[in-house]
Design a protein around this ligand. Structure first.
Ligand code: ASP
Ligand code: MG
Length: 379
């Protein structure tokens, strides 16, 4: 199995770090497509699984990884011990499937480290104060890793995934994308907010609040990744575009033409979306964009009266500190799109981002055009 091969590579990387004399804590996520498969399994049983039971189910993915990795490390002659989120002292609120960490009590991890063991922690999960298993939202094991690093006062936190770091665009979509050597946590957060999925938004927020330095690199750490640090030495002027991001599968929910009470209708829409734990990406007085990929309950969701779904859109953004303060950049970006015959349906500028909504089939072309004009042209 491909995944077991990878597991051995990760085990070797961890064992090498341990032999270096470093105390090592490894936070694991589920292997391959496990989490999706578990959710699909629940769907085959019922369309409306209780969130509590979903958490019981999906938290298993990380428990599989933690125990197997622990065995693999042990087999290399390095003592290791695995812990669930609950055993690791990850205390969360009660919000099943998107819980927030409120406290970390890493006593058992500290004990394992003191005994010279590698501690393996199941990411993505915690336990609420009334002892219920909770999960932290899709991609949440990054957050576990940052929270544990903060609780242990670790020097840094490495996040390994199937990409070797952060890039100036998704390298699978934009072949000319450049690997970023060093960026700030804030810039990484802008990228995640724009749809880049390398680092979890909540993890970056946590790292910013606790001043934790991150390194993002490939699965076995064989490549030099991207340093994502609280402070970076400023070598470039403010207003430099750092990356082009894509946020796809956004459902546009809007008011119907007949809607006579817009404020109340948007209000009831927002209330209903919040109850259904819909990931709201953008909202204004007439429409709301919701991220479909991470919305478990879309099928069971009923649109309130006065609202309608207009299908899906994609938001392609340029992000970078202060780029929105430069109107020339906006014009350049818009012209780059017009030059490849793309007319964005909507656009929005904040101080750190310039975003365009385009139809899904134009997204690839839009990302490449913006990358060429706003990034490649300056390197
Ligand atoms: N396994 C979980 C997910 O697929 C958490 C993670 O990967 O970070 O969302
Ligand atoms: Mg995962």
């Amino acid at each position: 199995m491909k995944e077991v091969g990878r597991l051995h590579k990760v085990a070797e990387h961890v064992a090498a770090a341990h032999k270096n004399g470093d105390g090592v804590v490894v936070v694991v996520s589920a292997m391959g497509n496990t989490t999706n498969e578990l959710i699909e399994l629940a769907r085959q049983v019922t369309e409306t699984p209780k969130r509590r039971e979903l958490d019981m189910l999906v938290s298993v993915g990380e428990r599989i990884s933690m125990s197997l990795l622990s065995m693999a490390i042990d087999a290399l002659g390095v003592p290791a011990e695995s812990f669930t989120g609950s055993q690791s002292g990850i205390i969360t609120d009660e919000s099943h499937t998107n819980a927030k960490i409120i406290e970390v009590r890493p006593a058992r991890i500290e004990r394992a480290l003191a005994q010279g063991k590698v501690a393996i922690v199941a990411g993505f999960q915690g336990v609420s104060r009334d002892r219920e298993v909770t999960t932290l939202g899709r991609g949440g094991s990054d957050t576990t890793a940052v929270a544990i690093a903060a609780a242990l006062n670790a020097d840094w936190c490495e996040i390994h995934s199937d990409v070797p770091g952060l890039f100036s665009a998704d390298p699978r979509r934009v072949p000319n994308a450049i690997k970023l050597d060093n960026i700030s946590l804030e810039e990484a957060l802008m990228m995640s907010a724009g749809g880049a999925r390398v680092l979890h938004e909540a993890a970056l927020n946590y790292a910013i609040r606790h001043g934790i330095a991150l390194v993002s690199s490939n699965a076995d750490g064989s490549e030099v990744g991207t340093k994502v640090t609280p402070r970076i030495s400023v070598t470039e002027p403010s207003g430099t575009v750092k990356a082009i991001t894509e946020d796809s599968d956004l459902e546009v929910i809007s008011l119907t033409d007949e809607c006579s009470t817009p404020t109340e209708t948007i209000n009831s829409l927002m209330t209903a979306l919040s109850k259904a734990k819909a990931p709201i990406k953008m909202a204004n007085s007439s429409r709301v964009l919701v991220g479909l990929r991470d919305w478990l309950d879309r099928d069971a969701f009923e649109l309130p009266n006065g609202t309608t779904s207009l299908g899906t859109t994609v938001r392609v953004s340029a992000v970078g500190m202060g780029i929105g303060n430069d109107s020339k950049l906006f014009c350049l970006a818009l012209k780059a799109l017009y030059d490849v015959e793309i007319r964005p349906t909507m656009w929005s500028v904040t101080s750190n981002s310039i975003g365009f909504e385009v139809s899904p089939h134009q997204s690839l072309k839009a990302q490449q055009a913006l990358h060429a004009r706003l990034i490649e042209a300056y390197t």
